[in-house]
Design a protein around this ligand. Structure first.
Ligand code: UDP
Ligand code: MG
Length: 319
């Protein structure tokens, strides 16, 4: 018996694309099922993220016409990441593997076959990675690639050019469920789960209808969210800056003593200038140190997983 696949699609005001998306995904399920790669119990799970248009009524109609289309309706708009998590957690108890993708099918659904193959080959997580961004506008490509670089620099390790198009096995989803953090940045969390992983390259297409729900403003807040929810490295840079400023103050000290010795300074200049630099540096340093502790508290409150078992060899039942 083949395994059950759930395709999870977050939808926010996607009335223009949904009917076509559903048609193509239905075909994909048919094809995989005929090839015996997935169980007939497989589903497409739409998550309506509090859309104000007809998105939910379209999902209801799809469900009535074909039970392979299921849906959940969130009480209000919670954002892409939360909608996606809601879908994955719903799929977790019903499927053996779940693939997440966007409603606009910018992620080539042709890559689904390769993902499923890698799943059967033993991968628990298969990342969809864009082979090129030729079809994105220059602005989108530039900002998005800059974003990945900045993220890595600031301590948020993510898979380069991977968005949220990925396959996760049931046990990977169960691992994900144990991350209790509220500030959620899935593509930073998923690599923390571990387990055997694979990647599938695909070409990212254009949105075939409707417009992007990620304008620049949302992209910036998404970047900020990603960095601050994954790492406390920015705090460390404050400490570093404080240290540098303090070093400058030492240089200024030497410089002003030299100037003073030459006798070409106004009385009081040397002491004022040195203390301004020294105090500034010390304040920044102190802020950084306090920040280190706050960062620790922050990470503690997230209560992240410390380990997960891949396998266990022990027949003892325990008490
Ligand atoms: N989305 C969502 N909630 C939101 C914004 C977006 O569920 O608040 C969904 C949207 O319906 C789509 C996916 O997130 O399925 C990606 O959005 P979009 O295609 O607009 O982003 P882009 O591809 O332009 O980055
Ligand atoms: Mg899109």
């Amino acid at each position: 018996m083949a395994d059950i696949l759930y395709i999870v699609i977050p939808c926010y005001k996607e009335e223009e694309v949904l009917p076509e998306t559903a048609r193509r995904l239905g075909e994909k399920l048919d094809q995989l099922q005929r090839a015996g790669r997935i169980s007939p119990e497989s589903r497409v799970l739409f998550v309506n993220d509090g859309s104000t248009d007809r998105t939910w009524s379209i999902i209801q109609k799809l469900h009535t016409a074909d039970k392979r289309f299921s849906g959940v309706d969130l009480s209000r708009n919670r954002g892409h990441q939360n909608a996606l998590l809601a879908g994955l957690m719903t799929a977790k108890d019903r499927c053996d593997m779940a693939i997440s993708m966007d409603a606009d099918l910018q992620d080539d659904i042709g890559a689904v076959d390769a993902m499923v193959e890698q799943y059967y080959a033993g991968c628990d997580i298969v990342y969809g990675v864009r082979s090129s961004r030729k079809k994105d506008t220059f602005f989108k490509r530039f900002t998005a690639e800059g974003f990945y670089r900045l993220m890595n620099f600031l301590g948020a390790e993510t898979v380069f050019n991977h968005a949220d198009y990925r396959l996760m096995s049931r046990r990977a989803l169960e691992g994900l469920a144990q991350f209790k953090e509220v500030n959620l940045f899935l593509r930073g969390i998923v690599p923390m789960i571990g387990y055997p992983t694979g990647t599938v390259e695909y070409e990212r297409g254009e949105r075939f209808a409707g417009e992007s729900k990620y304008p620049l403003k949302k992209m910036l807040s998404f970047a900020m969210e990603g960095i601050t929810s994954l790492s406390t490295k920015p705090i460390r840079y404050i400490t570093l800056l404080g240290f540098l400023v303090f070093l400058v103050s030492l240089v200024m000290l030497v410089y002003s003593i030299v100037r003073w010795a030459h006798g070409d300074t106004v009385i009081g200049w040397a002491s004022v200038i040195c203390s301004v630099w020294a105090i500034g540096g010390l304040i920044l340093l102190a802020l950084g140190v306090i920040g280190e502790y706050i960062g620790k508290i922050y990470l503690e409150t997230k209560g992240r997983l410390r380990y997960l078992f891949n396998e266990m060899l022990d027949e003892h039942e325990g008490r």
